[in-house]
Structures are given as structure tokens and as C-alpha cells.
Design a protein around this ligand. Sequence first.
Ligand SMILES: C=C(O[C@H]1C=CC=C(C(=O)O)[C@@H]1O)C(=O)O
Ligand SMILES: [Mg+2]
Length: 467
Amino acid sequence: MAVQLSNLKATLLEAAQKAAKLEEGVLASHTVAIDYIKPSQFFHNGKELFLGKRFYWKNADNTKVMVGQGLAHTFQSSEPNALFSIEKEWKRLTKQVVMNDNLPEFGPTLFGGISFDEKVEPDSNWSPFSNGLFYVPQFMLSIIEDEKVFLTINLYVQGFENIDQILSKLTAQENQLLSCEEHVKNESFSTTFEEVNPSNWYAQVEEVVDRIQKGEAEKVVLARPVRADFSSAIETATVIERLTEQQTNSYIFVLEALEQCFIGATPERLIVKNREEVKSTCLAGSISRGKTDKEDAHLGNLLLNDEKNRKEHEYVVKRIQNAFVSLCDDVYVPNYPTLLKMKDIQHLYTPVIGRVALNQSILSFVQLLHPTPALGGEPVEEALSIIRQVETWDRGFYGAPIGFVDMHGDGEFAVAIRSALITDRGKRSYLFAGCGIVDSSNPQAEWEETELKLRPMKRAFSGDDLS
Ligand SMILES: C=C(O[C@H]1C=CC=C(C(=O)O)[C@@H]1O)C(=O)O
Ligand SMILES: [Mg+2]
């Protein structure tokens, strides 16, 4: 057994004492080092106990995996400015947190995301997510640099009641989560994909190009959904394993909300903050991968020198750079983009690095940066208003920030693209892909670009190679 009961009990009792004194709930957070367990297995082991209350996160440079199960505390907001109220409550909780003192650097973590456009009322598929949904998990597995493995148990404690009963329940749940009885299967799911209104999408791109040419906006990112129906309920852990294997330099994320499951493998970092250092990524401008190294390099060169793609990219660089300048002391941005290559696609890539005052929280960056022109457009309000008029479906959390913040206000958020919403008890899913429309965009080329962007999720769902 990983967690010493007497130690956990001491943490809970201390939190109970504090809660009684403060006359409000206090978060208890207890972390111990444990033996390695495959994170997809840990996720899978919680299916019975915690379905609908789980999350999964792997960062793109493969240095951190976090898997959350169960809810110690939920932050959900349907108000505008969801992040603002969530941050306020998070600060209150972390100020009073009680932790076991052997690993003080691993306090509690808040994981979740916000919707792409809080002015859009969530449709029935997205309503469990509201405008913002964040979890403090009851159990969290953290794997750092592939070797340091920790289990955190969090509990929101309001008084002394039933601590022994709570302890025995936590122990039983912990045993179930760490056991490896039923392995994750790698079965194929017979899948049919159906474009939701394809001909309409061509007309939408034409309309947006036309409106850009008339000067209503400079760039608008237009997206489209694809529906997938599975012959039998899809296994989320299987999809996680395939994405991990196939999208090695992407973030992999899952956020469950009741019966819905949002999942994806995105290459795009919105922001990472580690003490004074903050980094973002400008990712916009795309071309396919070549079949040979020579063809791949040739395509990369075409992309680096393509006027339309450079323009798409430049809007993103300018905006993120300006946002950083407003919050940071020092900002570094290279003069030219380089290439970021994934399995199916290559992108123009420019990192942005800054230094901030220690008391800035990552959430202020999320608030300021989202939506970047890689997902919204330029100018932002004009682009959002065109998206609201032209797209007839709800993006929900697609294209929006997803990630975590720790008790110091540090953390990391990715942009939730290359993603899908699994619904209908695993029998159906909606995949999403978008592309940056500028004055010279061609509907057919943009269609093909979104096809490339859909491939990782299609491959992970169907189990087919698609190469
Ligand atoms: C909107 C998406 O991609 C963005 C990120 C990288 C490249 C993009 C592009 O070239 O259009 C998009 O701005 C998506 O994958 O759904
Ligand atoms: Mg593009």
C-alpha cells in the first residue's frame, strides 16, 4: 500500500482543526512517492469508481504526466469571466491548504479549462463543461521525467466527522486505482466518419474570404466538426495509449464532465510558467509531411517561404509578443519562424519567452492570450463576431485553453486543438479542426489542411494506420 494511513490521518486531522478554527472548508493535500504505474493504466483503473470525474495530461516535451481521479473540489462557472472567479477561489483554497511536509513542492493542482467563447451559450453536448470547469482531483498520479512517481490524495475537509470512515474508503479506492487487474485493450473500433455539412463549409470559407477582402477583419480561424460513430463504446484509455504512441511531441489531454469526455493531442502551447519564466508558442501556417526526407524538407521550405502562411503566422507572433510585453519585464522573440513537425503536418513555429514578477499567476496570461489569432483571428472582436455568425455549431472547449495551475500560480496550458468530444456513452464523437483564413485563402486548400489536422484523432479512434 502506498499511503501510510497514520500519516494521512494526521494530515486530515490537521485540516479538520484548521477548518473548525476558520469556520470554512480547508483543503488537505497528502503526497507520497509510489512505484511506477503506467498512467493510462491508472486512468483505466478508475473507470468504475470515477467515470465522468477524471482528467489526463501529458506535456509536449514528455517531462510531466498527471492523471486525476475523483473530485476533491470542483470549480465550475457559467458566468462571464469564469477564470477570474476560479482564480479567486483557488487562491483562497491554496492559502489555507494543509499538506504533509515531506514533499512540500507537490501541493495540490487545479486542472481544467474554459470554453472558446464565453459569449456562446453551451449546447447540450457541452453544457456539463459550462464556461469553465476545473477539478482538484481526489487522487492524482504525477510522473516527472518518466521516473519520479507520486500519488497525491486531496480532500476538502469541513470538520471532524467520519475521518476514520473516510480513511477506509480512500484506502479501498487507492488500492483499486493502483491495481493492474484489467489491462487496457488495443482493439479496433469500427468507425464511420461523417462530415457535418461539407458543402456548406466551402461556402463559409468563401464568405469569410469575401468579408476579409472587404476589410471586416484581417484573419479569421474557421473550424468544422466531423462526426464519428463507433460500432461499440470506445475505450478512452485505449485512445490515450494510441495518441501517446503516435503523437510523441504533442500534449495529450482528457477532461471528463459527467458523461462527456473531451480528448485530444495538441502541439500548441498557450503558456507555461515556472517561477519568473514564461513561454508561449506561436503556431500557425501549415503544410503536409513528405513521404521521403527530401520531399519533407522541400515542403518545409515551401512553407517557410510561403507568403500566405507567413502572414497567418505573423498575426499570432505580433499578438503574443504584445501580450507578453504588457505583463513581462523582458521579452525574447526570434525574428523568423522555424518548423515544428508532427506525424501528419508541419507548422510555422515561433517561441516567445518572457520574465515576470513572481506574484503573477499563469491565469492572468491565459486570460490575456486567449484566443490568440491561431484560433480566433485579428482583430479579435471582429473575428469572434464573424465566427459566431458563420459557424453554426458550438466549439465548446475546442480551441480553448486547457491545463493546470499549482499552488504557486505556476503551471501550463495548451490550446485544445486536434481534439474531439466523446458523447453518447462512448458510441459517438465530434472531431474538430480549423484553419486560419486570410484574404488569399482557397477553400479547397483549407479543406485539405483541416483533413490533415483531423488525422491524429481519426487514427487514434479507428485504430487504422491511415498512412
Ligand atoms: C485551428 C487549428 O490549428 C491552428 C494551429 C496551427 C496552425 C493553424 C493553421 O495553419 O491554420 C491553425 O491556426 C486546428 O488544428 O484546429
Ligand atoms: Mg493554416
